[in-house]
Design a protein around this ligand. Structure first.
Ligand SMILES: *[C@@H]1O[C@H](CO)[C@@H](O)[C@H](O)[C@H]1NC(C)=O
Length: 347
């Protein structure tokens, strides 16, 4: 609405150009809000060049890469796939302490790859907000931001970090969403940084884990986007799925802490196809969840109805060296052989 009103007030050639620009922007974002995380913790995964081809063959236009994998960056050259690139947790302390280290990182892994379509730098992943690395996160983000700015890339590349729902004190109903008080020393400067730089918050979130952690109380259909009607009424807003409820709980928490202007990008979500409860971690459920994510994120949430919701599915492959529970190895859309674990359509 606001856009067409603006367009109507400017001279016609400019307005046509503007309109064209807006249409183009619409075309290029439609269907392109969904990405896939390229995790590499497997000893049997295909070479990066083949992985990039697999993204292209499946019309997957965005990738999250957890660290600067040189072969993957080389293979991404000229591909146009939008990239979220991670700064690994082990690098945070050094980068937080030295601008030269940040400059060097950006030079080596970003500037060198001028024909790779960088969109985000995710500085750290799921850092424990009260743990030993927490004090380095925002300073490292700031130094990477400085380097990006010096390189003239600040308008193109946004700097953020990926958090997960443990930061919430309350999450239900979504309007009650609030951050844990003991995490505020970590979160407040983070939110201020994101607001200042108009960067989104990155959120790794899994309705699967909410469900499996509380099977008695969480409805499986609500977790899988298959509940037929509103399950949670929250004031005026009705929730039919847990994905929206989790996202909006974070938006409510941000509102209460100076982050009302922030956008959230879902930097991981997914459902394991094997390795857990035989009723829950099935190919069928993984397919239902991920197919519904692809459809659902074209729109918004009850609280933020203007979509799309930029979202990255975890993960491209089953990763046989992933630590933790057996399910961790079975989040992939593809086997290392590049055969799909179940049919899924990104078109
Ligand atoms: C985070 O770090 C603190 C302090 O080291 C520790 O007590 C806590 O268990 C950690 N939390 C998580 C979720 O790992």
């Amino acid at each position: 609405m606001a856009k067409s009103y603006l367009v109507a007030r400017v001279p016609s050639i400019v307005s046509n150009l503007l309109l064209f620009g807006i249409l183009m922007a619409t075309f290029t974002t439609t269907g392109a809000q969904i990405g896939v995380c390229y995790g590499t913790l497997g000893n049997n995964l295909p070479p990066p060049r083949e992985v990039i081809s697999l993204y292209n063959q499946n019309n997957i236009k965005k990738m999250r890469l957890y660290g600067p994998n040189i072969d993957a960056l080389e293979a991404l050259r000229g591909s146009n796939i939008e990239l979220m690139l991670g700064v690994e947790n082990e690098r945070l302390q050094d980068i937080a302490s030295n601008q030269a280290s940040a400059d060097d990182w950006v030079q080596k892994y970003v500037i060198t790859y001028g024909n790779v379509n960088f969109k985000y730098i995710a500085v750290g992943n799921e850092i424990n907000a009260t743990g030993p690395l927490a004090p380095f996160v925002v300073p490292a983000m700031q130094r990477i931001q400085n380097a990006i700015f010096k390189a003239g890339l600040a308008n193109k590349i946004k700097v953020s970090t990926a958090v997960y729902p443990i930061i919430l004190q309350e999450s239900s109903p979504p309007s009650k969403g609030s951050f844990r008080q003991e995490y505020r020393p970590f979160l407040d400067p983070l939110i201020a940084f994101l607001v200042r730089n108009q960067s989104p918050l990155l959120l790794n979130m899994y309705p699967y884990f909410s469900y499996i952690g509380n099977v008695r109380e969480v409805n499986s259909q609500y977790a899988l986007f298959t509940y037929p009607s509103v399950l949670v009424q929250d004031g005026q807003l009705g929730y039919k799925n847990l994905f929206d409820a989790i996202l909006d709980a974070h938006y409510s928490a941000l509102e209460k802490t100076g982050g009302i202007s922030l956008k959230i990008v879902v930097s991981e979500t997914g459902w394991p196809s094997a390795g857990g409860d035989g009723q829950v971690t099935t190919k069928k459920n993984a397919r239902i969840y991920n197919s519904n994510v692809i459809k659902h994120v074209k729109g918004g949430t009850p609280k933020k109805p203007e979509g799309p919701i930029e979202t990255y599915i975890f993960a491209m492959f089953n990763e046989n060296q992933k630590q933790g529970q057996e399910t961790e190895k079975n989040f992939g859309l593809f086997y290392p052989s590049k055969k799909p674990v179940y049919p899924i359509n990104f078109n």
